[in-house]
Ligand binder design. Structure first.
Ligand code: NAP
Length: 477
């Protein structure tokens, strides 16, 4: 086969793979088609990988085979061993590895060119895309590792701030950009190597220092942004090695990440600049000092599973508000069972989904879909809030920050301005949690002290099983 025919076949296969990626992404948007969408994108990726492996540029398959085997073994082990609750950390780490892979591609290409005749083979365009790959890949890698450490609670979720931080970060950005520019324009090989080292190091430090001042509460935005950056790094790496399908795949990840970042910013009612530079969550815990009457003086009022059943049995409008605690206790299946029993008892049941509930975008949707909760029962925050005063009971299952009224009423609270689900407006609120643990942002929640709130203590799954058992004994006779 001559070179031209080969190029046409390879690029034709890449176009087919790209179409499958796009169709797959579209199908991921609906619960009914999501599995097939995932499969379709996977087939697209398989085509892209196989065709690339058959490409003429490959001169030795040994390292590739080793990488494929190692990657498959690690991937399979992770898929089997990582718990659902650790998925957010896993996603953060995968974003980081995406960034690191792109960085390595950029660096490998630089040293390959350097090993040759250096500058004549190193036009400004190649140097620029190598610089971009390293810059974005480096920031993504260390930023994601930092996000991973925060999510895994290896590091505190609170923002780390010091005086002059913006100046230090500004200087770092300036040094990295200048070193990158020097690398692109210099004609001196020694200077080029020095500049290359400086901006690679600068990019790696920048990723760490940029995520450092961002508080745990803003992690959803950070994760989606890093996801987007990992796509852009892959796209730049695609330009470095002139691989069209890598450019397309990188663009798709990059743009979908940008859309997700915008959605997450909206969910937090914050601009991206505010998230990146304000040190959200740095203020002391909520004092409610700013708003007269906002502080609720009360006590936590426990309720038993039997009494919860009595309240629920009489309810006609019930809203279930799931949060991270539902994921921890894996209570989604018993939640669905309870919802069915309530419906059989004549109640209308809705699930109120906060966009940042849990620890990753769409966390609650994934869990409830796994438990076969009908998609039509899921109601978004903006749609459920106007209905909240008409709800007989709101069942808060392991949610805390996303139902914290301080976000709406306490100007002194670090989460002031973040939209919440107005659980406190329901006639009765039953909160399921294990004890006095705070939410992810570390803030106390005055919802638990309100006169209409009752606390059903214990692991959410066990507590719900208790309530379900009451319904079953009612049905039995
Ligand atoms: P949350 O504020 O983290 O609160 C979870 C609550 O669940 C805790 O108060 C805890 O109290 C309870 N809990 C834990 N394990 C439990 C169990 N086994 N049974 C019953 N209760 C249990 O959760 P959220 O309201 O869903 O808010 C999410 C937070 O995470 C937000 O601050 C958000 O910004 C942040 N975040 C979100 C994402 C994302 O993409 N969605 C990513 C990173 C961070 P006890 O310890 O007393 O049981």
């Amino acid at each position: 086969m001559n070179l031209e025919t080969r190029e046409i076949l390879v690029n034709g296969a890449y176009i087919v793979a790209s179409i499958l990626f796009i169709l797959g992404l579209k199908m991921l948007g609906r619960q009914g088609t999501a599995r097939r969408g995932n499969l379709l994108s996977g087939v697209g990726m398989l085509i892209a990988i196989v065709v690339t492996l058959l490409d003429r540029h490959i001169i030795d398959y040994h390292w590739i085979a080793l990488g494929l085997v190692a990657g498959t073994v690690i991937g399979l082990a992770c898929a089997r061993l990582i718990k659902m609750t650790s998925m957010p950390e896993m996603v953060a780490l995968l974003n980081g590895f995406g960034g690191l892979a792109s960085l390595i591609v950029g660096a490998a290409e630089y040293f390959r060119i350097r090993g040759g005749t250096v500058l004549p083979d190193h036009p400004a365009f190649t140097a620029t895309v190598i610089a971009l790959t390293i810059l974005i890949g480096g920031i993504t890698f260390t930023g994601s590792v930092y996000a991973f450490c925060k999510l895994a609670e290896w590091l505190s979720g609170r923002p780390i701030l010091f005086s002059g931080q913006h100046v230090v970060n500004g200087l770092l950005v300036a040094i990295t950009v200048v070193a990158g520019g020097l690398y692109v324009v210099t004609g001196d090989p020694a200077m080029q190597l020095l500049a290359f080292g400086a901006f690679t190091l600068g990019s790696l430090i920048l990723g760490w220092t940029l995520v450092m001042p961002i508080g745990g509460g803003d992690m959803p935005v950070v994760i989606s942004m890093l996801n987007s950056l990992s796509g852009l790094a892959a796209c730049a790496a695609g330009f470095v090695i002139s691989n069209n399908v890598l450019i397309v795949a990188g663009c798709l990840v990059g743009t979908s990440g940008v859309i997700l970042t915008a959605i997450m910013c909206k969910a937090m009612n914050r601009s991206l600049a505010n998230v990146l530079f304000s040190g959200f969550g740095a203020a002391p815990a909520a004092t409610n000092a700013g708003e007269p009457g906002a502080t609720v003086h009360g006590e936590l009022k426990p309720i038993s599973a039997e009494d919860s059943f009595a309240v629920l049995e009489a309810a006609r409008q019930v809203v279930i508000i799931p949060g991270y605690g539902m994921a921890v206790s894996q209570a989604q299946h018993v939640v669905r069972e309870l919802a069915e029993m309530l419906e059989n008892n004549g109640a209308e049941v809705r699930f109120a989904i906060h966009p940042v509930a849990g620890r990753m975008p769409g966390h609650m949707n994934v869990l409830l879909a796994e438990a076969n909760v009908p998609y039509e029962q899921l109601v978004e925050m903006d749609a459920i809030n106007p209905l909240m005063p008409s709800m007989d009971v709101a069942i808060v299952i392991g949610a805390n920050d996303v139902v914290n009224p301080a976000a709406a009423s306490d100007k002194a609270s670090p989460i002031y301005g973040m939209p919440i689900i107005n659980a406190h407006e329901a006639r009765t609120v039953i909160c399921l949690k294990r004890g006095k643990g705070t939410g992810f942002s570390g803030l106390e929640n005055q919802l638990f002290l309100r006169p209409n709130t009752r606390m059903l203590y214990g692991d959410a799954k066990g507590s719900l099983q208790g309530v379900v058992a009451e319904f079953k004994s009612l049905a039995a006779g």
